[in-house]
Design a protein around this ligand. Structure first.
Ligand SMILES: [Mg+2]
Length: 137
């Protein structure tokens, strides 16, 4: 599932991890983020796959779905915030419209921001750039 991990850190780029169990949704987010040249994007299928990936790569930002099998986004946020290497790494959660309770729980667990499905590419790009302190749009 790693599309460009071999490019990680090439040219001092930042690493993003996209955690989403729906392949079309994941591809859409990865495609949007591929427009940020300074970013190298890695994909994970679910929370367990995400934990495997963070064990071998240091990510600068994590974008995660909430509803996933095995290890969902809320549990992932909790695990990341308990990890010294990830306690301060920005996390953006992806929620469905109306899932106010999930959003509140994720933010209370330490997520930094959220985006709501249906996802608009420019919204994701703008938010990621802002959070990573990248100039321009
Ligand atoms: Mg899902």
């Amino acid at each position: 599932m790693t599309r460009s991990s071999e490019q990680a850190n090439a040219g001092g780029r930042m690493n993003a991890l996209v955690v989403e169990d729906s392949p079309p949704m994941r591809k859409m987010i990865v495609f949007a983020l591929s427009r940020i040249r300074e970013l190298s994007v890695t994909e994970a299928d679910d929370g367990v796959d995400a934990l495997r990936r963070i064990a071998s790569t240091k990510f600068d930002i994590i974008i995660t779905d909430i509803n996933m099998p095995i290890l969902d986004g809320l549990k992932l946020v909790k695990r990341l915030r308990a990890d010294d290497a990830y306690k301060d790494v920005p996390i953006i959660i992806i929620t469905t419209e109306g899932a106010e309770e999930d959003r509140q729980r994720a933010l209370a667990l330490g997520a930094n921001a959220y985006i709501t499905k249906p996802i608009q590419a420019p919204t994701v790009i703008k938010l990621v750039r802002e959070i990573l302190g990248m100039s321009g749009g």
